[in-house]
Write a protein that binds this ligand. Structure first.
Ligand SMILES: C[S@@+](CC[C@H](N)C(=O)[O-])C[C@H]1O[C@@H](n2cnc3c(N)ncnc32)[C@H](O)[C@@H]1O
Length: 198
């Protein structure tokens, strides 16, 4: 997938121009989750709508993407000082090992190729502090043909299989609100870093 080209030609159907409704709802119910001083990573942040909502809720945010153009959009209006960085998520642990209190995941896991999912999970595990959390809204599309994508086929079973070894999954829920058209195809998940290496 050429992500740069997708942004250049405006072929970005995942981009709804607003933060994930599930994230906005979660913040309204758990005001202290992203509270001041805590450091969060938003991998594959795109144009940064979610990162902005997290920063407004008090989090210190590193928002990472490989497409500079998407990051530039985020930087244009950035009153909360989000660190928008052009970074390959698979290399983040080289510099930010054990650095974050939390990760916010949103249609990044389903966007990467299935062959690199294990590596992705391991990077998320590595960059979190002990007991750190990964909260995410996962796009779930169990009917997608195997190998086609992105978004590649995912489901609750896939999330449990890939994350379950390195993370303790606290809960998986259907969010109370969705982007229009995503009803029943999103799962909000909270998991916590386990304290051991594979
Ligand atoms: C489906 S989009 C989701 C964007 C955003 N999270 C959202 O939900 O609106 C996936 C994003 O991941 C970024 N991405 C893909 N591979 C990446 C990588 N290796 N490192 C950093 N970002 C990556 C893409 O450029 C794209 O912005």
């Amino acid at each position: 997938m050429d992500w740069h080209e997708r942004y250049q030609v405006g072929d970005t159907p995942w981009d709804k121009g607003i933060a994930a409704p599930a994230l906005v709802d979660f913040i309204s119910e758990h005001a202290d989750f992203f509270s001041s001083g805590k450091k969060f990573l938003v991998p594959g942040c795109g144009r940064g709508y979610d990162a902005k909502v997290i920063a407004r809720a008090g989090g210190q945010v590193l928002a990472a993407d490989i497409v500079e153009e998407a990051l530039e959009f985020g930087r244009r209006d950035n009153p909360d000082g989000i660190d928008f960085r052009c970074l390959d998520i698979f290399k983040i642990s080289e510099r930010w090992d054990v650095s974050f209190d939390g990760v916010w995941e949103h249609t990044c896991f389903c966007a990467i190729e299935p062959e690199v999912r294990e590596a992705y999970v391991e990077v998320m595990w590595r960059i979190l502090k002990p007991g750190g959390t990964l909260l995410g809204v996962f796009f779930t599309n169990p009917d997608m043909p195997e190998g086609e994508g992105p978004p590649y086929k995912t489901g609750v079973d896939v999330i449990e299989r890939y994350f379950g070894e390195l993370f303790e999954i606290e809960w998986i829920r259907e969010p109370s609100s969705y982007y229009p058209g995503r009803e029943g195809r999103e799962h909000l998940v909270l998991m916590r870093k386990r304290g051991f290496h594979r």
